[in-house]
Ligand binder design. Structure first.
Ligand code: 6PG
Length: 260
């Protein structure tokens, strides 16, 4: 378990641009040392903001897009192409603008896919896809994710793991179906905390004053059942990428020295 590191940026735009620059470097380094990179994307405004910033970044094509595996931390269980699906929004923000290898874009199943409306079967299928992609450097039946990004909800949810919901208590499976999500739509697919924790680096993205309370709760010792973001950490690094508004309620003891 890696101790959370905090980086606080002036505002949400700069946080997205800085996170995108950080992601470029991380991917380029992984490709240089291992020949490919594996990144887990997240939905939501902050997650898509990073993808849009990456699309606009001058150095974006330092990435070899043909040797990048993209996965999702969660997905809204809706028909293929629905504008509310995280993969639809990621395509619009970035993927339609760069030459990714379609075989390496691992979208979570849609509700009109091979498993129809059976979200449990769809979740199991994604777990099997992850397991097939596991390698010698993996920790568990998932690929050795270089970076796993997570937006943070105002209630401290990450992916589609919500406080006190069954999904946050899952300790065995890597992917689950989610029903009754407090954040619409109600039915989703999500990685679990064990899958999230298998990543080398976990980056939590939180910008905006609506996240200040969640950030303070998650970083002040709350348990993962009550505050799922508190249970999201990487093997080598856990990085909270914030803006000053989202960091506003942090205890001064946690506030990064640069801004104390
Ligand atoms: O499917 C989703 O909605 C996301 O994956 C979800 O986990 C999101 O990241 C958080 O709710 C933060 O969303 P915002 O960045 O829009 O606040």
């Amino acid at each position: 378990m890696s101790t959370p590191q905090l980086v606080v940026h002036r505002d949400k735009e700069l946080m997205a641009q800085a996170a995108a620059a950080r992601l470029i470097t991380r991917i380029v380094d992984a490709q240089a040392s291992r020949g490919s990179a594996s990144v887990v994307l997240t939905g939501g405004r902050n997650g898509n903001g990073v993808l849009a910033a990456l699309a606009a970044a001058p150095a974006r094509d330092a990435i070899d897009w043909s040797r990048l595996d993209l996965w999702w931390g969660d997905e809204r269980f809706l028909p293929e192409g629905d504008p509310e699906r995280n993969v639809t929004q990621a395509r619009k923000a970035l993927l339609d603008s760069v030459p990714v290898d379609p075989k390496r874009v691992h979208a979570m199943p849609a509700s009109d896919g091979p498993w129809g409306a059976d979200v449990e079967a769809a979740a199991e299928a994604y777990a099997e896809e992850l397991a097939r992609a596991a390698g010698p450097e993996s920790h568990g039946p998932v690929p050795a994710f270089d970076v796993l990004m997570l937006g943070v909800g105002p209630d401290t949810h990450v992916a589609s793991l919500f406080p006190e919901h069954p999904g946050v208590r899952e300790t065995e499976r890597t992917v689950i179906g989610v029903h009754g999500s407090p954040k619409p739509p109600p039915t989703r697919i999500s990685l679990t905390l064990p899958a999230i924790r298998s990543a080398r680096e976990v980056w939590l993205l939180a910008a905006g004053e609506d996240k200040a309370n969640a950030v303070a709760i998650a970083l002040s010792g709350a348990g993962e059942i009550q505050a799922p973001a508190a249970g999201a950490y990487g093997r080598a690094r856990t990085l909270w990428l914030l803006d000053t508004a989202a960091a506003a309620q942090l205890p001064k003891s946690l506030y990064p020295p640069a801004l104390a």
